[in-house]
Design a protein around this ligand. Sequence first.
Ligand SMILES: Nc1ncnc2c1ncn2[C@@H]1O[C@H](COP(=O)(O)OP(=O)(O)OP(=O)(O)O)[C@@H](O)[C@H]1O
Length: 284
Amino acid sequence: MHAPRPGPAGGDSSAAIALREVTKQFATEGPQPYTALRDLDIEVAPGEFCAVVGPTGCGKSTTLTLVAGLEQPSAGSVRVHGEEVSGITPGVGFMFQTDAILPWKTVLDNVSAGPRFRGVAKRTVLSEARDWIRRVGLAGFEDRYPHQLSGGMRKRVALAQNLINEPRILLMDEPFGALDVQTRAKMSDELLSLWELTRPAVVFVTHDLEEAIALADTVIVLTAGPAATVKARFAIDLPRPRVVQEVRFDRQFVDLYQQIWEALRTEVDRAYAQTTRLSEEAGA
Ligand SMILES: Nc1ncnc2c1ncn2[C@@H]1O[C@H](COP(=O)(O)OP(=O)(O)OP(=O)(O)O)[C@@H](O)[C@H]1O
């Protein structure tokens, strides 16, 4: 039995990420702001792999932008390694669904870009970049340009580009969402083995509950918006190393899936009903 763990693990200042009673409002064209998140409490330990699921539009990406320092909370606090976030958070890697690699640079130059920007000597950077390119399985493709690569290969470049900076925190917003099912499973396996190398704390946003359970130590379910918050938190105590395609058939996996889906389904139904109502009102 994997009972949902209530709330975050009780105010530990050694957390990699700690969001406390976070509310985020956005200005609208009307007089009232839109409250995307309210009283959100999330804590992620160093080295923990945390997946966040929730209905569409509930505030998953917004949560990541708060941790990255791209947005400020309207109330509450966002801390990274004990420091209040103000401005872009250092030591944080970010991977989106769309490719963020530079189309005019080769694989080698893309992977080298971060350390070069920080002023690391060129020779050191090139040698490290080649190492990371090899680790992500792209040895021999150093001189290719992004348009000469498949979608999965471009994701590997993006991974190497992030991991070469040895981020203590890696924020991933549906990074494999645009890939076909098989490539996606392969990339998930590769992500897990690369994550083991440097063990950053990961927050991985996904719509895919199977993907969330297969990858994570913890799955957080958010409620439907507006004013989304944490509905439940589940510990995923499946043994590691895991093979994403195989772990899905594990009895324990199926039990976890049923429990988490039970929590998620209500929120997905609520979000769907709201969208349908708003669309009917707009059309009336
Ligand atoms: N800059 C912004 N200005 C106004 N509203 C915003 C802004 N960013 C996000 N929102 C609103 O906040 C809510 C949460 O958005 P967010 O993108 O975080 O949701 P999400 O859970 O990541 O969505 P999805 O699952 O569809 O990717 C949405 O209603 C969105 O329209």
